[in-house]
Ligand binder design. Structure first.
Ligand code: ZN
Length: 493
């Protein structure tokens, strides 16, 4: 893609489809910019006006994308090149966008919005009964969406496929099962966590400057992006050469900003590659959330929490925060950024226990979507399932089934977090076979050999392969938790 050879074969039909998609992307970019502004800079009182602007743009996009013109351009390419990958991808998007009847989409959007408000109060007051009727409604509508999308073996697959194409519940179940006892055995061996050095005073202005330096050092291009402050960190692709990160600074907790910046920079490096490698808009995207998360988690955990990485960078970190870290040696710091213990809250979970939290959610949402679990029975089922995976029972619904926002409309999303960890470990094993151990590079401050391998084997292919196909192509085998277990055993064992 983007080479002289392929440029020659771009016929008039494909050119027309690309132009059309570029126009749609520009519309989307405008909406993304409004969304970024809303979460970083927008004055509080502007919320209602902004909601109207975003709704208008979303409507324009949907109307334009689902119009007969889109189908005409897709068919134009298919007529001259039946196997064209860009036409195939736009057709898939088109079919997804047109499968749900408009009145269903409207009903779903309203129900999800109401469910969101109800969930906020329910969590605040630790009262599941406030959320229950809304969960019941959103669940019923999600089950109906699954029927509209269609599936081969179970309704859950239809929803999960929207986030991770080709991934199936029947394959996820043994994957999670494979993780259960090795991870629990490792957690049992962990010492009592001590993170006292990370809770000292880290002046915000120094954190802002340091986070920019570390993002730059791992390969995030600040000339094609920026880092701003927000409440819940995210990465957003605004448009060509504009991929932005956000983070949250906490004066008495260094990891909040440091590791969220490294995590989001991992997403950003992936997104920036599509411009750098000159992929067309249709293919220049990640194929799913699991693949995206594989990069953010690789940068955050495999690279950013490794001893070798800090062998190179720790001196500068100490010089930036002499008051907090002056008396902490490298090993002490590395130990403190790699603690692990069981806890009730997913977003505070560490690298080791995280996948068990996801297993709980996968099992429950699969049962709900497939009709084996009703909204009213969720709190009890949550506690039983949590105990099965983590060996303890939440003391309240606030620390149990009410903690996450996802079930106000996003059923099928959760497994992508664990797929990201699994993919990352599989890719890292292959990458190390090719370029040697990461630590040999990181110790010298070298990141380029890693990124070049990912350019070649992952980024360059955009979304022309699914996550599962990437794994097959790169490793020669199926999605497998073995490499993840090995890497966790190496670190936490
Ligand atoms: Zn992420």
């Amino acid at each position: 893609v983007g080479t002289a050879a392929t440029e020659v074969t771009v016929g008039a039909e494909l050119g027309a489809l690309r132009d059309y998609v570029d126009g749609l992307e520009a519309l989307k970019a405008t909406a993304h910019l409004l969304g970024w502004d809303e979460k970083t800079k927008m004055p509080h009182k502007a919320a209602a006006g902004r909601a109207r602007q975003k709704g208008l743009l979303a409507g324009m996009y949907h109307q334009r994308f689902t119009s007969p013109e889109t189908l005409r351009l897709i068919e134009g390419v298919e007529n001259v090149d039946p196997d064209n990958v860009e036409a195939r991808l736009v057709r898939r998007d088109y079919e997804i966008a047109t499968k749900l009847p408009e009145e269903h989409v409207v009903e779903f959007t309203q129900a999800a919005s109401l469910a969101n408000h109800a969930w906020e109060s329910a969590r605040e007051q630790d009262d599941f009964t406030i959320f229950e009727p809304h969960l019941s409604k959103v669940l019923e509508l999600s089950r109906r969406s699954a029927q509209y999308f269609g599936y081969e073996t179970e309704p859950y697959d239809a929803l999960h496929d929207q986030f991770e194409e080709g991934s199936r519940a029947a394959e996820l179940e043994p994957l999670f099962e494979q993780l259960r006892s090795p991870i629990n055995a490792l957690i049992d061996r962990q010492p009592e966590p001590d993170t006292s050095a990370l809770e000292r005073t880290y002046p915000i202005a120094d954190q802002v400057a340091y986070c920019e330096r570390i993002a730059d050092a791992i390969g995030y291009d600040l000339q094609a992006g920026r880092i701003d402050e927000t409440v819940h960190p995210f990465c957003t692709n605004i448009g060509p050469y504009d991929v932005r990160l956000t983070t949250r600074y906490q004066e008495d907790w260094l990891p909040a900003a440091l590791f969220s910046v490294i995590h989001e920079a991992g997403h950003g490096i992936y997104e920036q590659a599509f411009d750098r490698l000159e992929l067309p808009a249709v293919t220049g995207q990640a194929p799913g959330l699991g693949m995206h998360e594989s990069q953010s988690r690789m940068y955050e955990n495999t690279i950013g929490r490794s001893r070798a990485f800090w062998e190179y960078h720790y001196g500068e970190l100490q010089r930036t925060f002499p008051g907090a870290l002056g008396s902490v040696d490298l090993d002490g710091f590395v130990r403190q950024i790699n603690t692990a213990q069981r806890s009730f809250i997913r977003v505070e979970a560490d690298e080791l226990t995280y996948n068990l939290h996801i297993a709980v959610r996968f099992e429950l949402e699969r049962a709900m979507v497939n009709g084996d679990l009703e909204a009213k029975d969720l709190p009890g089922a949550w506690n039983d399932t949590f105990e099965k995976w983590l060996g303890m029972r939440p003391p309240s619904d606030r620390e149990g089934c009410l903690q996450d926002v996802h079930w106000t409309g996003l059923f099928g999303y959760f497994p992508t977090y664990t797929l990201g960890n699994v993919y990352a470990a599989q890719f890292v094993e292959e990458c190390e076979r090719a370029i040697g151990p990461f630590e040999d590079h990181l110790r010298r401050g070298e990141i380029a050999p890693i990124r070049e391998w990912f350019d070649e084997h992952v980024y360059r292919h955009g979304r022309t392969l699914t996550g599962k196909e990437f794994v097959q192509r790169i490793t020669g085998g199926p999605v497998d938790a073995g490499p993840l277990i090995r890497s966790l055993e190496q670190k936490f064992g």
